[in-house]
Design a protein around this ligand. Structure first.
Ligand code: LLP
Length: 422
């Protein structure tokens, strides 16, 4: 990490500075949002999300789906849908939220490596657009349910995308999909084709998440090309996975360049131009739109070289650093363009030494108890993976747009923490 000011390219599109150098998103000071809604707080730049949805629809075309696992609440589902995206859901829970938000079933794609009969029934009752079949057991379940639906076969191409092993999904020993090398995918197609109520419309290949190398997608397409060409299908979905920059120095391809490179690869490997290419971006739609605001509660110097800055959240609102060793930048919204010349460990309030947000974070040396501290690029897989560990209530979520801030998910209360208890 460096002592440079926060790189502004990590901020949402509608970031701007007040005359005193404080950060505004969507025209509102982050410190004012913290004051009004409390901390920890997830703040999303709504126009940034709209812009990324627009880019996804214009570069991939209709049928591109927002992967709801990255961040979901009713308002997010509504927004992605209104912007013309379909929605990818992978559980009954995500499906329910999308339906409650008013998303039509026909715009929903159901995923999951272990869909229950109940999940499949809920999907069929709501006439979902597609079910992506992931196992032989699922084929049998769908056979027995005897209901018409459009399906895709999820294929494991047998490649290892360059990303954290926990978020790789394309390798031969993945729990997802049907292997090509083992001939499982070919067998799955034959079985599905024998079931008259299932309409096989395409294949699906998702190789992992937080992938920067467009060549990984080219390799995935190359690997499935012969198989795809042997089938009478109208669609290949390459899943999600486009990486985003989290820290200084990282550069990620845009959604537009990703779509173009996948199209080029498809041409190169001879996939017919009338086969529709689609995708399911999650992180690249919402990650950079979101900033998490915390309050600094204690600052503890434990040695000449070690200072802990404790904030009022932690692994319960962002488990990614602990799970994947993911890096984040840290800054003070009150003066975000200044050098960050002090090195500290930003830690949470949970009862674990492993509860950290950023180890060795650079932060302005005048940081004080009571300051609002922020982590940019925290809009994906933070709120969606949040927990109540240590009975810490989940934060609120606010969307800001052109000077207007609206609460889209309220903060959990202490009463919420016992609502399931008998
Ligand atoms: N489609 C499928 C079938 C997926 O499994 C995923 C993500 C996506 C689309 C969206 O991928 P994205 O564009 O967001 O990379 N919790 C991890 C990420 C897990 C991703 C799981 N699947 C993290 O925080 O990095």
């Amino acid at each position: 990490m460096s002592s440079n000011p926060l790189p502004t390219y990590l901020l949402p599109d509608c970031a701007s500075s007040s005359p005193s150098g404080a950060l505004k998103i969507g025209g509102i000071l982050l410190e004012d949002l913290a004051e009004e809604f409390g901390t920890p707080l997830f703040v999303y730049d709504q126009e940034h999300i709209e812009q990324r949805c627009n880019e996804a629809v214009s570069s991939w075309g209709p049928g591109v789906a927002y992967a709801t696992k990255a961040f979901l609440c009713k308002e997010m589902a509504r927004l992605a849908y209104e912007m013309g995206m379909d929605l990818d859901v992978s559980t009954a829970g995500e499906l329910y939220v999308a339906l409650q938000a008013g998303v039509q079933g026909s715009a929903i794609v159901l995923h999951g490596n272990n869909k229950s009969d109940e999940e499949l029934k809920l999907a069929l009752d709501n006439s979902v657009g597609k079910i992506v079949i992931d196992s032989f057991d699922e084929i049998e379940r769908l056979r027995n349910l005897s209901r018409k639906c459009r399906v895709m076969i999820r294929v494991t191409p047998g490649i290892e995308a360059h990303t954290h092993e926990f978020v790789q999904t394309g390798q031969d020993d993945s729990k997802f999909g049907f292997g090509l090398k083992s001939q499982s995918a070919q067998k799955a197609v034959k079985l599905v084709e024998q079931i008259s109520h299932l309409d096989l419309v395409g294949i699906h290949v998702h190789i992992g998440s937080q992938i920067f190398a467009e060549s990984s997608y080219a390799l995935a397409l190359e690997t499935v090309a012969d198989f795809a060409k042997s089938l009478d299908i109208g669609e290949i979905c390459i899943g999600g996975g486009l990486g985003v920059a989290y820290v200084e120095g990282e550069v990620a391809p845009s959604i537009t360049s990703w779509a173009q490179s996948v199209r080029d690869s498809a041409n190169r490997v001879g996939i017919a131009p009338d086969v529709k290419l689609t995708a399911e971006p999650g992180r690249s739609i919402v990650a950079q739109a979101g900033i998490t605001l915390y309050s600094v509660g204690t600052i503890k110097d434990v040695s000449d070289s070690k200072t802990f800055v404790s904030v009022d959240g932690g692994m319960s609102d962002n488990p990614r650093p602990v799970l994947y060793g993911s890096g984040y930048e840290v800054f003070l919204p009150r003066e975000y363009m200044v050098v960050r010349d002090k090195v500290v460990d930003v830690v949470g309030k949970h009862c674990e030494s492993g509860d950290f947000i950023v180890k060795g974070a650079n932060i302005p040396a005048d940081i004080e108890v009571g300051d609002i501290l922020a982590t940019p690029v925290s809009g994906a897989y933070g709120y969606s993976m949040a927990s109540n560990y240590n009975k810490v209530p989940r934060p609120a979520v606010v969307f800001v747009r052109q000077g207007d801030a609206r609460l889209v998910a309220r903060r959990e209360t202490l009463e919420d923490l016992i609502r399931l208890d008998e």
